[in-house]
Design a protein. Structure first.
Ligand code: SF4
Length: 205
């Protein structure tokens, strides 16, 4: 029987990316004994299971509040911090709306988007392809972080002082530009180097 892989995430709240015990119990019970669960570095579980029961299983997982997303060359769900400064101060609702807007889009190579509710950045936003960091009254957006390999480097500041209502349109435009102009399998950090951060800023002007 062919196996198929998909991503599972509980979303996030004040406290972090938290699976409820009953969600994990149901996941373990229904995916079948041949299934495999992989813990990714980007706060998703990858489930590989027999494809004939895929729809039924995904439906049950959605019913207990889990999000189902594609694995592979897609935008990942938002890699958010724990919102320790509180939902309002760290802008939890914006992060949830951003997650909904940016997750699961097909892109030339897997794209990780990070969010930090303050400048302490405990979710390591500067190691992500795109990062949104809440500053005092506005947001900074970074691009091109690379966490892997010997040439690992931090993301660069793309825009500063961004108003809350502009965050989702700007991040969505970055994803769209990568979809349109990225080469197949090109990493986002390489894409930024090739088309330059200045050109990206002009596209967003
Ligand atoms: S980034 Fe700031 S608000 Fe978010 S968990 Fe870390 S310290 Fe708390």
């Amino acid at each position: 029987m062919a196996m198929q892989k998909f991503a599972v995430t509980p979303g996030f709240e004040v406290g972090g990316t938290l699976f409820k015990p009953e969600q994990l119990a149901i996941l373990g019970r229904i995916i079948g004994e041949n299934a495999k669960i992989e813990l990714t570095t980007f706060k998703q579980l990858y489930v590989a299971m027999e494809e004939d029961r895929l729809e039924e299983v995904q439906g049950e997982l959605r019913e207990v509040g889990l999000q189902i997303l594609p694995s592979g060359f897609f935008t990942k769900s938002l890699i958010a911090c724990n919102f320790c400064k509180g939902a309002d101060e760290a802008r939890l609702e914006l992060a949830k709306a951003l997650d909904e807007a940016i997750s699961g889009h097909e892109v030339p190579s897997p794209l990780k988007i990070g969010y930090a509710g303050c400048a302490l950045g405990t979710s390591e936003p500067l190691l992500k392809d795109i990062a949104v960091v809440k500053m005092k009254d506005a947001f900074d957006i970074y691009v091109g972080g690379e966490a892997k390999g010997l040439k690992a480097h931090l993301a660069k500041l793309f825009m500063s002082g961004v108003k809350e209502e502009q965050v989702i349109p700007i991040v969505s435009r970055l994803i769209f530009t990568f979809q349109e102009q990225g080469k197949k399998k090109e990493k986002f950090s390489k894409f930024i180097e090739r088309i330059t951060i200045e050109t990206l800023r002009e596209i967003n002007a």
